[in-house]
Design a protein. Structure first.
Length: 136
């Protein structure tokens, strides 16, 4: 097992956050790598519909009943995609490809949030005081 060097949190906003570069793939190809926030509070992985449209992802015909942090109820369509970690810092022995996973599509200027459906595949150690993480 290769020991992973700690990865610095993204500094693109305050406070900094753990993130990883990913690619999404479906019938029309692979989207350019994007930054995905690791969100331990998100049950499912969330992807902007703009990215899903770009790769030709198709709705499964199902929806997820969701409740936002402010209590507002909503429905988000479910899509099937392949999600791949596209980060050179990723250890070789840690799962990086999730074939035919179900993600929630959201409209607007949303960002990719990796939820517990993906995070559960990894042992993730967050080091908030030093703004870095390790994964194994």
């Amino acid at each position: 097992m290769r020991a992973m060097s700690p990865v610095a949190y993204s500094q693109s906003e305050f406070p900094p956050f753990p993130a990883v570069q990913i690619e999404l793939e479906y019938l029309m190809g692979t989207a350019e790598p994007v930054t995905a926030k690791m969100d331990t509070g998100a049950t499912r992985t969330v992807v902007p519909t703009k990215l899903l449209d770009e790769i030709g992802a198709i709705r499964t015909g199902r929806v997820a009943q969701c409740q936002s942090y402010d209590g507002q109820q909503c429905e988000w369509p479910i899509y099937e995609v392949t999600l791949r970690v596209a980060d050179d810092r990723w250890p070789d022995d840690v799962e990086r490809e999730f074939d035919r996973i179900l993600v929630l599509g959201v409209n607007g200027q949303a960002e990719v949030l990796l939820g517990r459906d993906i995070l559960a595949a990894w042992s993730l150690q967050l080091d908030g005081p030093n703004s870095r993480y390790t994964v194994s």
